[in-house]
Design a protein around this ligand. Structure first.
Ligand SMILES: NC(=O)c1ccc[n+]([C@@H]2O[C@H](COP(=O)([O-])OP(=O)(O)OC[C@H]3O[C@@H](n4cnc5c(N)ncnc54)[C@H](OP(=O)(O)O)[C@@H]3O)[C@@H](O)[C@H]2O)c1
Length: 322
Protein backbone atom coordinates (compact mmCIF):
# COMPACT_ATOMS: atom_id res chain seq x y z
CA UNK A 1 0.00 0.00 0.00
CA UNK A 2 1.15 3.54 -0.64
CA UNK A 3 2.51 3.27 -4.20
CA UNK A 4 0.58 4.90 -7.01
CA UNK A 5 0.43 1.67 -9.04
CA UNK A 6 -0.83 -0.19 -5.97
CA UNK A 7 -3.49 2.47 -5.50
CA UNK A 8 -4.63 2.15 -9.13
CA UNK A 9 -4.62 -1.64 -8.93
CA UNK A 10 -6.90 -1.55 -5.89
CA UNK A 11 -9.21 1.03 -7.43
CA UNK A 12 -9.78 -1.28 -10.41
CA UNK A 13 -9.81 -4.68 -8.71
CA UNK A 14 -11.58 -4.03 -5.41
CA UNK A 15 -15.03 -2.60 -4.76
CA UNK A 16 -16.31 -2.06 -1.19
CA UNK A 17 -19.19 -4.34 -0.36
CA UNK A 18 -22.37 -3.54 1.55
CA UNK A 19 -22.68 -4.76 5.14
CA UNK A 20 -23.71 -8.40 5.48
CA UNK A 21 -27.51 -8.78 5.58
CA UNK A 22 -27.17 -10.28 9.08
CA UNK A 23 -26.07 -6.95 10.57
CA UNK A 24 -28.94 -5.69 12.73
CA UNK A 25 -28.54 -2.27 14.36
CA UNK A 26 -31.97 -2.14 16.00
CA UNK A 27 -31.91 -0.13 19.22
CA UNK A 28 -28.68 1.66 18.39
CA UNK A 29 -28.07 5.37 17.96
CA UNK A 30 -25.55 6.47 15.33
CA UNK A 31 -24.09 9.90 14.62
CA UNK A 32 -22.33 10.84 11.38
CA UNK A 33 -20.70 14.21 10.64
CA UNK A 34 -20.47 15.54 7.10
CA UNK A 35 -23.81 13.85 6.46
CA UNK A 36 -25.22 16.44 4.04
CA UNK A 37 -24.04 14.37 1.07
CA UNK A 38 -21.18 12.26 -0.24
CA UNK A 39 -19.90 9.31 1.75
CA UNK A 40 -21.46 10.50 5.01
CA UNK A 41 -25.00 10.47 3.67
CA UNK A 42 -24.42 7.11 1.97
CA UNK A 43 -23.22 5.66 5.27
CA UNK A 44 -26.37 6.98 6.99
CA UNK A 45 -28.56 5.34 4.33
CA UNK A 46 -26.85 2.01 4.90
CA UNK A 47 -27.11 2.24 8.69
CA UNK A 48 -30.83 3.00 8.27
CA UNK A 49 -31.25 0.02 5.96
CA UNK A 50 -29.81 -2.14 8.75
CA UNK A 51 -32.40 -0.95 11.22
CA UNK A 52 -30.54 1.62 13.31
CA UNK A 53 -33.15 3.17 15.62
CA UNK A 54 -31.91 6.75 15.69
CA UNK A 55 -29.49 8.54 13.44
CA UNK A 56 -28.04 12.00 13.94
CA UNK A 57 -26.79 13.81 10.89
CA UNK A 58 -24.19 16.48 11.57
CA UNK A 59 -24.56 19.14 8.85
CA UNK A 60 -23.49 22.76 8.46
CA UNK A 61 -26.90 24.17 7.60
CA UNK A 62 -29.92 22.07 8.63
CA UNK A 63 -32.32 24.56 7.00
CA UNK A 64 -30.77 23.82 3.60
CA UNK A 65 -30.30 20.10 4.13
CA UNK A 66 -32.83 17.59 2.87
CA UNK A 67 -30.55 14.70 3.78
CA UNK A 68 -33.15 13.32 6.20
CA UNK A 69 -35.66 12.58 3.40
CA UNK A 70 -33.85 9.72 1.62
CA UNK A 71 -33.08 8.13 4.98
CA UNK A 72 -36.73 8.24 6.04
CA UNK A 73 -37.65 6.86 2.64
CA UNK A 74 -35.21 3.97 3.17
CA UNK A 75 -36.57 3.19 6.64
CA UNK A 76 -39.56 5.14 8.03
CA UNK A 77 -38.98 3.63 11.48
CA UNK A 78 -35.69 5.45 12.00
CA UNK A 79 -35.69 8.58 14.13
CA UNK A 80 -33.66 10.91 11.89
CA UNK A 81 -32.34 14.08 13.52
CA UNK A 82 -30.43 16.78 11.69
CA UNK A 83 -28.12 18.78 13.94
CA UNK A 84 -26.06 21.83 13.07
CA UNK A 85 -22.28 21.65 13.27
CA UNK A 86 -19.65 23.91 11.77
CA UNK A 87 -16.22 22.37 12.27
CA UNK A 88 -14.50 25.68 11.63
CA UNK A 89 -15.95 26.86 14.94
CA UNK A 90 -14.94 25.31 18.26
CA UNK A 91 -18.05 26.86 19.84
CA UNK A 92 -20.29 25.08 17.31
CA UNK A 93 -18.51 21.77 17.94
CA UNK A 94 -18.95 22.15 21.69
CA UNK A 95 -22.65 22.94 21.29
CA UNK A 96 -23.06 19.86 19.10
CA UNK A 97 -21.22 17.68 21.62
CA UNK A 98 -23.33 19.07 24.48
CA UNK A 99 -26.46 17.94 22.62
CA UNK A 100 -24.93 14.51 22.14
CA UNK A 101 -24.12 14.33 25.86
CA UNK A 102 -27.88 14.58 26.51
CA UNK A 103 -28.70 11.46 24.48
CA UNK A 104 -29.77 8.37 26.36
CA UNK A 105 -27.30 6.37 24.26
CA UNK A 106 -24.71 6.83 21.52
CA UNK A 107 -23.43 3.59 20.00
CA UNK A 108 -21.75 4.53 16.72
CA UNK A 109 -19.94 7.71 15.70
CA UNK A 110 -18.41 8.32 12.27
CA UNK A 111 -16.32 11.51 12.17
CA UNK A 112 -16.44 12.01 8.44
CA UNK A 113 -16.70 15.79 7.82
CA UNK A 114 -13.75 17.01 5.82
CA UNK A 115 -12.50 19.38 3.15
CA UNK A 116 -9.85 19.20 0.46
CA UNK A 117 -8.70 22.77 -0.06
CA UNK A 118 -5.82 23.05 -2.49
CA UNK A 119 -5.34 26.81 -1.99
CA UNK A 120 -4.05 28.27 1.25
CA UNK A 121 -6.93 29.83 3.19
CA UNK A 122 -7.24 30.61 6.87
CA UNK A 123 -10.57 29.77 8.48
CA UNK A 124 -12.39 33.02 9.21
CA UNK A 125 -14.05 31.39 12.23
CA UNK A 126 -11.26 29.30 13.73
CA UNK A 127 -8.18 31.22 12.60
CA UNK A 128 -6.19 28.18 11.47
CA UNK A 129 -5.41 26.94 7.97
CA UNK A 130 -8.73 25.54 6.70
CA UNK A 131 -7.80 21.87 6.09
CA UNK A 132 -6.14 21.71 9.51
CA UNK A 133 -9.03 23.49 11.19
CA UNK A 134 -11.75 21.23 9.81
CA UNK A 135 -10.04 17.90 9.22
CA UNK A 136 -7.74 17.73 12.23
CA UNK A 137 -8.61 20.26 14.95
CA UNK A 138 -12.39 20.01 14.53
CA UNK A 139 -12.31 16.22 14.36
CA UNK A 140 -9.92 15.96 17.31
CA UNK A 141 -12.07 18.20 19.53
CA UNK A 142 -15.24 16.32 18.65
CA UNK A 143 -13.60 12.95 19.25
CA UNK A 144 -12.61 14.01 22.77
CA UNK A 145 -16.02 15.45 23.61
CA UNK A 146 -17.99 12.45 22.30
CA UNK A 147 -15.97 9.92 24.27
CA UNK A 148 -18.19 10.52 27.33
CA UNK A 149 -21.55 9.52 25.78
CA UNK A 150 -19.87 6.70 23.83
CA UNK A 151 -18.24 5.28 26.93
CA UNK A 152 -21.43 5.56 29.00
CA UNK A 153 -23.24 3.59 26.30
CA UNK A 154 -20.51 0.97 26.17
CA UNK A 155 -20.64 0.62 29.96
CA UNK A 156 -24.44 0.44 30.07
CA UNK A 157 -24.94 -2.02 27.21
CA UNK A 158 -21.87 -4.18 27.79
CA UNK A 159 -21.03 -3.81 24.09
CA UNK A 160 -18.21 -1.40 23.29
CA UNK A 161 -19.37 1.71 21.46
CA UNK A 162 -17.66 2.63 18.19
CA UNK A 163 -15.74 5.69 17.02
CA UNK A 164 -14.45 5.82 13.45
CA UNK A 165 -12.36 8.69 12.05
CA UNK A 166 -12.35 9.02 8.27
CA UNK A 167 -8.79 9.32 7.01
CA UNK A 168 -7.37 8.40 3.60
CA UNK A 169 -4.70 6.45 1.75
CA UNK A 170 -3.33 9.92 1.00
CA UNK A 171 -1.71 9.82 4.45
CA UNK A 172 1.00 7.71 2.76
CA UNK A 173 1.85 10.53 0.37
CA UNK A 174 2.88 13.21 2.81
CA UNK A 175 5.92 15.44 2.58
CA UNK A 176 7.18 15.01 6.11
CA UNK A 177 9.20 18.21 6.54
CA UNK A 178 6.45 20.10 8.39
CA UNK A 179 5.51 17.26 10.66
CA UNK A 180 9.08 16.51 11.67
CA UNK A 181 9.96 20.01 12.92
CA UNK A 182 8.91 21.59 16.23
CA UNK A 183 5.61 23.48 16.73
CA UNK A 184 3.96 21.66 13.86
CA UNK A 185 0.46 23.03 14.37
CA UNK A 186 1.62 26.63 14.70
CA UNK A 187 3.79 26.32 11.59
CA UNK A 188 0.90 24.90 9.60
CA UNK A 189 -0.82 28.28 9.92
CA UNK A 190 2.10 29.78 8.00
CA UNK A 191 1.48 29.98 4.25
CA UNK A 192 5.13 29.05 3.57
CA UNK A 193 4.49 25.52 4.86
CA UNK A 194 1.34 24.90 2.78
CA UNK A 195 3.09 23.20 -0.12
CA UNK A 196 1.14 22.74 -3.31
CA UNK A 197 -1.86 20.93 -4.63
CA UNK A 198 -2.95 18.24 -2.15
CA UNK A 199 0.09 18.45 0.17
CA UNK A 200 -1.80 20.01 3.05
CA UNK A 201 -4.92 17.83 2.67
CA UNK A 202 -2.68 14.75 2.67
CA UNK A 203 -0.96 15.97 5.81
CA UNK A 204 -4.27 16.40 7.63
CA UNK A 205 -5.21 12.83 6.72
CA UNK A 206 -1.91 11.72 8.33
CA UNK A 207 -2.86 13.80 11.38
CA UNK A 208 -6.16 11.84 11.48
CA UNK A 209 -4.23 8.55 11.69
CA UNK A 210 -1.73 9.80 14.27
CA UNK A 211 -4.52 11.31 16.38
CA UNK A 212 -6.64 8.15 16.22
CA UNK A 213 -3.67 6.00 17.30
CA UNK A 214 -2.79 8.15 20.30
CA UNK A 215 -6.45 8.57 21.27
CA UNK A 216 -6.93 4.83 21.16
CA UNK A 217 -4.04 4.24 23.58
CA UNK A 218 -5.47 6.80 26.02
CA UNK A 219 -9.18 5.95 25.74
CA UNK A 220 -9.32 2.22 25.68
CA UNK A 221 -12.31 1.35 27.88
CA UNK A 222 -15.54 0.29 26.18
CA UNK A 223 -15.04 2.32 23.01
CA UNK A 224 -13.44 0.74 19.94
CA UNK A 225 -11.64 3.46 17.98
CA UNK A 226 -10.32 3.14 14.44
CA UNK A 227 -9.55 5.08 11.26
CA UNK A 228 -10.76 4.22 7.78
CA UNK A 229 -9.57 4.82 4.26
CA UNK A 230 -12.77 4.89 2.21
CA UNK A 231 -10.89 4.70 -1.10
CA UNK A 232 -10.92 7.23 -3.90
CA UNK A 233 -14.55 8.08 -4.64
CA UNK A 234 -16.61 10.44 -6.75
CA UNK A 235 -18.00 13.06 -4.40
CA UNK A 236 -18.15 16.78 -3.67
CA UNK A 237 -14.75 16.54 -1.97
CA UNK A 238 -13.03 17.30 -5.26
CA UNK A 239 -15.14 20.38 -6.01
CA UNK A 240 -12.25 22.82 -5.74
CA UNK A 241 -9.70 20.47 -7.33
CA UNK A 242 -10.47 20.04 -11.01
CA UNK A 243 -7.74 17.47 -11.75
CA UNK A 244 -8.92 15.42 -8.72
CA UNK A 245 -12.52 15.59 -9.95
CA UNK A 246 -11.56 14.45 -13.47
CA UNK A 247 -9.43 11.63 -12.11
CA UNK A 248 -12.27 10.56 -9.79
CA UNK A 249 -14.58 10.38 -12.80
CA UNK A 250 -12.13 7.97 -14.41
CA UNK A 251 -11.11 5.69 -11.54
CA UNK A 252 -13.21 6.69 -8.52
CA UNK A 253 -15.61 4.40 -6.75
CA UNK A 254 -19.15 5.63 -6.20
CA UNK A 255 -20.01 7.53 -3.02
CA UNK A 256 -22.24 4.56 -2.14
CA UNK A 257 -19.20 2.26 -2.23
CA UNK A 258 -17.25 4.78 -0.11
CA UNK A 259 -20.19 4.73 2.33
CA UNK A 260 -19.86 0.93 2.57
CA UNK A 261 -16.24 1.40 3.70
CA UNK A 262 -17.41 3.75 6.48
CA UNK A 263 -20.17 1.48 7.78
CA UNK A 264 -17.86 -1.52 7.65
CA UNK A 265 -15.22 0.26 9.77
CA UNK A 266 -17.85 1.51 12.24
CA UNK A 267 -19.76 -1.74 12.78
CA UNK A 268 -17.35 -4.59 11.95
CA UNK A 269 -13.78 -5.23 13.27
CA UNK A 270 -14.78 -5.14 16.97
CA UNK A 271 -11.38 -6.45 18.09
CA UNK A 272 -9.32 -3.96 16.13
CA UNK A 273 -8.99 -1.04 18.52
CA UNK A 274 -6.49 1.52 17.19
CA UNK A 275 -6.59 -0.01 13.71
CA UNK A 276 -6.33 1.50 10.26
CA UNK A 277 -8.96 -0.11 8.03
CA UNK A 278 -8.68 -0.04 4.26
CA UNK A 279 -10.57 -2.11 1.70
CA UNK A 280 -12.71 -3.30 4.60
CA UNK A 281 -9.82 -5.09 6.22
CA UNK A 282 -7.07 -4.41 8.72
CA UNK A 283 -4.17 -2.69 6.99
CA UNK A 284 -0.80 -1.31 8.04
CA UNK A 285 -0.75 2.46 7.99
CA UNK A 286 2.25 4.14 6.34
CA UNK A 287 5.77 3.11 7.33
CA UNK A 288 6.26 6.60 8.76
CA UNK A 289 3.32 6.07 11.14
CA UNK A 290 4.83 2.76 12.28
CA UNK A 291 8.38 4.15 12.68
CA UNK A 292 9.97 5.46 15.88
CA UNK A 293 9.95 8.90 14.29
CA UNK A 294 6.27 8.51 13.48
CA UNK A 295 5.53 7.60 17.09
CA UNK A 296 7.37 10.74 18.29
CA UNK A 297 5.32 12.77 15.81
CA UNK A 298 2.15 11.12 17.11
CA UNK A 299 2.90 12.13 20.72
CA UNK A 300 4.00 15.62 19.65
CA UNK A 301 0.80 16.18 17.63
CA UNK A 302 -1.25 14.93 20.55
CA UNK A 303 0.47 17.31 23.00
CA UNK A 304 0.29 20.30 20.67
CA UNK A 305 -3.37 19.63 19.88
CA UNK A 306 -4.34 19.29 23.53
CA UNK A 307 -2.48 22.51 24.34
CA UNK A 308 -4.20 24.37 21.50
CA UNK A 309 -7.66 23.05 22.36
CA UNK A 310 -7.17 23.76 26.07
CA UNK A 311 -6.50 27.38 25.18
CA UNK A 312 -8.97 27.89 22.32
CA UNK A 313 -11.79 25.48 23.21
CA UNK A 314 -11.64 25.16 27.00
CA UNK A 315 -14.08 22.62 28.42
CA UNK A 316 -14.24 20.54 31.56
CA UNK A 317 -15.10 17.59 29.30
CA UNK A 318 -11.99 17.91 27.14
CA UNK A 319 -9.80 15.44 28.99
CA UNK A 320 -12.31 13.94 31.40
CA UNK A 321 -12.84 10.71 29.44
CA UNK A 322 -9.21 9.75 28.86
N1 LIG B 1 -14.03 11.16 -1.82
C1 LIG B 1 -12.83 10.61 -1.72
O1 LIG B 1 -12.19 10.23 -2.70
C2 LIG B 1 -12.21 10.44 -0.37
C3 LIG B 1 -11.04 9.67 -0.26
C4 LIG B 1 -10.45 9.52 0.98
C5 LIG B 1 -11.02 10.12 2.09
N2 LIG B 1 -12.15 10.86 1.96
C6 LIG B 1 -12.70 11.50 3.17
O2 LIG B 1 -14.07 11.19 3.26
C7 LIG B 1 -14.74 12.20 4.04
C8 LIG B 1 -16.04 12.58 3.33
O3 LIG B 1 -15.73 13.18 2.11
P1 LIG B 1 -16.65 13.08 0.81
O4 LIG B 1 -15.81 12.45 -0.23
O5 LIG B 1 -17.95 12.50 1.12
O6 LIG B 1 -16.77 14.62 0.43
P2 LIG B 1 -18.02 15.61 0.45
O7 LIG B 1 -19.10 15.08 -0.39
O8 LIG B 1 -17.44 16.95 0.15
O9 LIG B 1 -18.49 15.56 1.96
C9 LIG B 1 -17.80 16.22 2.97
C10 LIG B 1 -18.77 16.53 4.08
O10 LIG B 1 -18.05 17.28 5.08
C11 LIG B 1 -18.82 18.44 5.38
N3 LIG B 1 -18.00 19.57 5.77
C12 LIG B 1 -17.06 20.22 5.06
N4 LIG B 1 -16.58 21.25 5.77
C13 LIG B 1 -17.24 21.26 6.96
C14 LIG B 1 -17.20 22.09 8.08
N5 LIG B 1 -16.41 23.16 8.15
N6 LIG B 1 -18.02 21.81 9.12
C15 LIG B 1 -18.86 20.76 9.07
N7 LIG B 1 -18.96 19.93 8.00
C16 LIG B 1 -18.15 20.19 6.96
C17 LIG B 1 -19.53 18.77 4.06
O11 LIG B 1 -20.62 19.65 4.32
P3 LIG B 1 -21.16 20.66 3.22
O12 LIG B 1 -22.09 19.85 2.38
O13 LIG B 1 -21.83 21.73 4.01
O14 LIG B 1 -19.95 21.17 2.47
C18 LIG B 1 -19.93 17.39 3.61
O15 LIG B 1 -21.10 16.97 4.26
C19 LIG B 1 -13.73 13.34 4.18
O16 LIG B 1 -13.19 13.30 5.48
C20 LIG B 1 -12.67 13.02 3.16
O17 LIG B 1 -11.40 13.51 3.50
C21 LIG B 1 -12.78 11.03 0.77
Amino acid sequence: MGSFTGFLYRQFTFKPKPLPTTVNLKGKTALVTGASGGLGLEACLELAAHGVSRIILGVRDPSKSDAAKPIQAKNPNVDVQVWQIEQESFASIKEFADRAAGLDRLDIVILNAGVKNVEYVKSSKGGHELNVQVNHLGTALLSLLLLGPLRRTGDATGTPARLTIVSSENHFWVKLKVIKGPDTLARMDDKETFGKDMDRYNLTKLLNVLWMRELSTRASRNVVINAVNPGFCRSGLHRSHSSGASFANMVGWTATQGGHALTDAATQHPQDHGAYISEQTLFSPSSFVLSKEGHSAQVKIWNETIELLTQEAPSSDLLSNL
